[in-house]
Design a protein around this ligand. Structure first.
Ligand code: GLA
Length: 363
């Protein structure tokens, strides 16, 4: 029996670099997917259509490439007590990699669901998220938060999810954008540096807790920050202000005040650029180009940073600029092109009809 499963990428409206600091995030899943097809085999044989590669891998073998996401899931499933027998897997994707849209979590979640189905196991959705997070943190080696894997599992079409990463409580927030839409502009700067810099930010955040003798960022107030050195103070100020912006954005969306929500996007970008220092010139250029133009309510870098995409809240069918114009200006400065991605919200594996009955019965 072969099993086919797809899991979506995600866009985070706001709440960046807060999910490993007990903070709030507001992502939604997009209609771009990683799809895997799995069937029993004598050995682990993985094929990526994107890389045009077929690779035979041993259990627990880290190769430092895309296969680690799948074999990391195998490892994490076994660590959690789910037996995994060898399989062949075909991977296909409509989700660009390195664009800040969480293709790694989509691959992990699609693989985990497919393997669980193939093996006839049952797993709770929350445990599925934890397995995939563990795979990425401990096998791949990126000490990520829970947002991406959580979204690929729990997302619901036409909604964003307000997730409190401290308690794991969540609420679906309807995405009523009226005449506006979210558009992604890929800077085409692949965030290759991201994992080392990402882990560095995490270490800095741990240093903040230690210096202030706190167990959680939720115990820190603006007053405490004076005790920190400049770099740590900037990082902490980003996290505190970003958490506030998430909650304010949720209220603005609920009240239909999109202009206000757009302002929070710009503020978030400035904070990620100046305080958390995870942006780059190319992305700043795109946000700078958009800012203040008619039909643009807000824009900011999305995902881990150091490249990737800009999320813009734009008026449908009318903006004061054209993407051709932006592309031309961008090419003049950086000698590369932007890519515009129009996306819709989508269901995570929990609500999509592609999940197995075994998986459904566990929910
Ligand atoms: C990456 C990580 C997430 C999150 C974002 C930044 O996408 O996988 O857990 O930390 O960066 O908000």
């Amino acid at each position: 029996m072969t099993v086919k499963v797809r899991a979506p990428g995600r866009v985070n409206i706001i709440g960046e670099h807060t999910d490993y600091n007990d903070g709030f995030v507001l992502p939604f899943a997009i209609d771009r997917y990683v799809e895997v097809e799995v069937g029993p085999s004598k050995k682990f044989v993985l094929t990526s259509k994107l890389y045009n590669q077929t690779v035979e891998v041993e259990k627990n073998q880290r190769r430092g490439t895309w296969t680690d996401y799948v074999m990391g899931v195998v490892w994490a499933l076994e660590q959690a007590g789910y037996r995994v027998e060898p399989f062949e897997m075909q991977i296909d994707s409509t989700l660009p990699t390195g664009s800040g849209l969480s293709s790694s979590a989509a691959l992990e979640v699609a693989s985990a669901v497919a393997i669980v189905k193939m093996m006839n196991h049952k797993i709770e959705p929350k445990d599925l998220v934890q397995v995939c997070v563990k795979a990425e943190r401990e096998f791949v080696g990126v000490r990520c938060g829970v947002m991406d894997q959580f979204t690929a599992v729990f997302a619901k079409k036409d909604h964003a999810i307000l997730l409190d990463t401290m308690t794991m409580d969540y609420e679906y927030v309807p995405l009523n954008l009226n005449n506006y839409e979210f558009v992604l502009i890929d800077s085409n700067v692949k965030h290759e540096l991201a994992s080392s810099e990402y882990n560095k930010r995490r270490t800095e955040c741990e240093a903040i807790l230690k210096a202030l003798n706190k167990r959680s960022f939720r115990e820190i107030t603006e007053k405490d920050l004076a005790a920190l050195g400049l770099t740590l103070r900037k990082r902490a100020r980003h996290v505190l202000s970003e958490n506030e912006r998430v909650l304010k954005t949720v209220n603005a969306l609920k009240e239909g005040r999109l202009l206000l929500a757009g302002c929070f996007l710009y503020e978030s970008h400035a904070s990620l650029r100046d305080l958390y220092e995870v942006s780059c010139d190319e992305v700043d250029f795109i946000v700078g180009f958009l800012k203040g133009r008619a039909g643009v309510l807000g824009a900011r870098i999305v995902g881990g940073g150091f490249g990737g995409s800009v999320l813009a809240l734009l008026r449908k069918g009318y903006t004061e600029f054209s993407f051709e114009e932006l592309d031309m200006e961008y090419r003049k400065f950086f000698n590369r092109s932007i890519k515009v991605l129009r996306v819709n919200s989508s269901d995570g594996v929990l609500f999509s009809h592609l999940i197995s009955s075994e998986f459904e019965s566990a929910t």
